[in-house]
Design a binder for this molecule. Sequence first.
Ligand SMILES: [Zn+2]
Length: 257
Amino acid sequence: MPQLDLHPFICREDNYGVLVHDAATGQTATIDAPAAPAIERELARKGWKLTHILTTHHHTDHVEGNLALKEKWGATIIGPKAEAARIPGIDQRVSGGDSYDFAGREVKVIATPGHTKGHIVLHLPEEKLLFAGDTLFALGCGRVIEGTLAEMWTSLDKLRKLPRDTVFHCGHEYTESNARFALTIEPGNEALVKRAARTKAQRAKSEMTLPGTIGEELDTNVFLRPESKEIRSILSMALAGNADVFAEVRKRKDAFR
Ligand SMILES: [Zn+2]
């Protein structure tokens, strides 16, 4: 099957939009709908017609464009059942473990509570693609707003088990500040040091740092690396469980400026 055509772009302040297009069927999805005007502009640029809005969670900067886009295109909105009441125009409600079809591809729904209670991420195993919303960021992870730190760790641990060559997109361009923080937690990680330098150069030119791969996150994302001896040494948590190490890293990031 020919590859899906992916078109990521930055909108609002630091949100990522991404359009997913299948040339054979003409189907086009937006992953979340941060802002209708920006999505309309990108659709026009590509000459694509919107058929689907695939929602990861209920935050305003992920659903604000829903009704305007649905009104214009009649697009089908598929989102998390647990947050259906807060997702404008939702047509199809899905939960972790469900699968649905987009353009003849299987989209697996993975429940990742933490950032919000009902957050889901979308995994297309055949395409080796992950749309991680605000659960996993490049060199970071979402703030734990509605769930517990333990829930967030369980969610991230699920994503650690995906194949290393899985390409992932996420909801925000936070990579540069994530890199600055990460260097305080694991400064001896050479792959991280290199990636941080690359990120800084990219952002200086206003380039996108996404998409990334799960493999690169496993090597450089301190939120996914509680086994690291260096991280444990810096946190003085040599014998702690992974969930506790993650929780401490997340707390430090919340306080980091
Ligand atoms: Zn969010």
